[in-house]
Design a protein around this ligand. Structure first.
Ligand SMILES: [Zn+2]
Length: 200
């Protein structure tokens, strides 16, 4: 196994890109992706499930379910960040930072420079784990109202993964050198590339 991170920025690297969730300009691509995912996901839930099943969903409606989905969402947000944190902890053994500053929760490992593989595993981990969980629950549960709540959570999950998917897109499509390093400071990430790769 290769190394998963560097403690210091190696010689020959330069800052290539900054994405900061709280900075409008640098997070524009990410916000746009979140919007596109939200529109597609909620429309699919509405047109392919809620509208066709409306009478069954309505008959099972309960306030408890409505409150439950809000509680489940906050629990999900925490677990999503903890999933990133668990990957960082396992792959780097470094101090992981978790935080919440509306509108986003975040997780980072701010003192080191992560190799692409470490970043990609961390970026895709919550997307995969909770994607499987919500889809699995949807098929396991019979009640149409509860199924609707799970679909809402799934749509919120996909939307909440926009930042992660955007980061993965940067690493897979934009800065394709496998030696690309990324510093994850939670709400903001800095990408570093080798000087030799700057001319593309
Ligand atoms: Zn995430």
């Amino acid at each position: 196994m290769g190394r998963f991170y560097e403690r210091e920025l190696p010689k020959g690297y330069v800052e290539a890109l900054v994405v900061d969730a709280y900075d409008k300009k640098s997070s524009r691509g990410m916000q746009l992706l979140a919007l596109v995912i939200a529109v597609i996901a909620f429309n699919m839930v509405l047109f392919f499930y809620i509208i066709p099943q409306w009478s069954e969903i309505r008959s099972g409606f309960s306030i408890i379910g409505g409150i439950g989905v809000i509680v489940a969402y906050f629990l999900y947000v925490s677990l999503h960040e903890l999933t990133h944190g668990a990957v960082y902890k396992l792959m780097t053994k470094q101090k992981v930072m978790l935080g919440f500053k509306p509108p986003a929760a975040y997780c980072g490992v701010p003192d080191i420079y992560l190799y692409r593989i470490t970043s990609l595993v961390s970026l895709f981990a919550p997307f995969t784990v909770f994607g499987i969980l919500f889809v699995g629950l949807f098929f396991l549960i019979g009640d149409p109202f509860v199924k609707t709540l799970i679909l809402v959570l799934l749509a919120l999950h996909l939307m909440g993964c926009a930042g992660d998917l955007y980061g993965a897109w940067i690493l897979l499509r934009k800065l394709r050198d496998p030696a690309t390093l990324r510093k994850d400071m939670g709400p903001a990430q800095i990408y570093y590339t080798r000087i030799a790769d700057q001319d593309d």
